[in-house]
Ligand binder design. Structure first.
Ligand code: SIN
Length: 283
């Protein structure tokens, strides 16, 4: 019987009695989904999963993205898995060695932002390299009524080039990734299709609000990001090999911390569950 143990004040639950090598039953899927909607981040420990197990588990919760928006980051032979590693792969320096270094929600710079992500730890950094998550439902609910009315009317313009470390990657791949992902505006508050809850949808990859200048937008973006990432609204995950962490990108932001020796191996595999179509391209 699956049990859920809360992991922090604001979000996150550890689920026990799941073995990813086995297919999930209908009841288990429903229970995991309910916990996921309620806690936004779920953690499975001590797994011994291979790429097929990760994909089977992730597919229980929706269709998988084949990572066309960032085609250079796919695992060879597994387009539905992104290899997030400090180590060279496919015969070249890793283009994912610095993925996720500022607060964000996955694939927010596309027209099908990720519904959820499933990240499996093959090898953690020897020390550090944690990932932090914040609760964007709570961030929205803890704004004043007036501020909520302001953000309800805003559209966040997402710009992939605001991904921290983006320009440290291979120049031709940077150019192609930018071509594939022109700036796009999404509502700054989105309603979760499963829970019906409203969540703030703003991040450190937002350049401005549609119809406003950067100068006008910047203080609001900065305020909303610092409000959302207050300590009491965050869960910090310390990785162990065999951990699987699944997060809802519609109700959380996350950041991969750089507090580890980047010459050491940190090796993760991510599957991404496609979300609903959203947004409009901005010139
Ligand atoms: C990501 O942003 O998807 C990667 C997070 C991590 O490597 O901890």
């Amino acid at each position: 019987m699956i049990k859920a143990k809360p992991l922090s004040y604001a979000l996150g639950a550890e689920l026990t009695s799941i073995d990813m090598r086995e297919a999930l039953g209908e009841q288990d899927i429903q229970l995991i989904q309910e916990t996921w909607h309620d806690q936004h981040v779920i953690v499975l420990r001590n797994q011994d999963a291979n790429p097929e197990d990760i994909l089977r588990f992730a597919r229980s919760f929706g269709s998988l993205d084949n990572h066309e928006a960032t085609p250079f980051y796919r695992m060879e032979g597994y387009p539905h898995l992104m290899e997030i590693t400090t180590q060279p792969f496919n015969g070249r320096p890793s283009e994912t060695r610095n993925v996720g270094r500022n607060w964000h929600s996955d694939y927010s710079y596309t027209g099908r932002p990720a519904a959820a992500s499933v990240l499996y730890c093959v090898k953690p950094a020897p020390i550090g390299g944690d990932t932090m998550f914040c609760n964007m439902v709570r961030a929205y609910e803890t704004l004043t009524d007036k501020m909520r009315r302001i953000v309800d009317d805003l559209y966040s313009v997402y710009d992939i080039s605001l991904t921290k470390g983006f320009y440290e990657r291979d120049a031709s791949e940077v150019a192609e990734t930018k071509r594939l992902n022109p700036p796009i505006a999404h509502p700054s508050v989105r309603v979760h299709p499963g829970s019906g809850k409203k969540a703030l949808y703003v991040s450190e990859r937002v350049s401005h609000f549609h119809g406003m200048t950067s100068e006008e937008s910047r203080p609001i973006i900065d305020f909303l990001c610092s409000h959302a990432t207050k300590h009491e609204n965050v869960y910090r995950h310390q990785w162990r090999a065999g951990d699987l962490v699944c997060w809802d990108n519609r109700t959380t932001m996350h950041v991969a911390l750089t507090d580890f020796d980047q010459s050491e191996v940190r090796h993760m595999l991510r599957a991404t569950i496609i979300g609903e179509e959203s947004g409009f391209l901005v010139g």
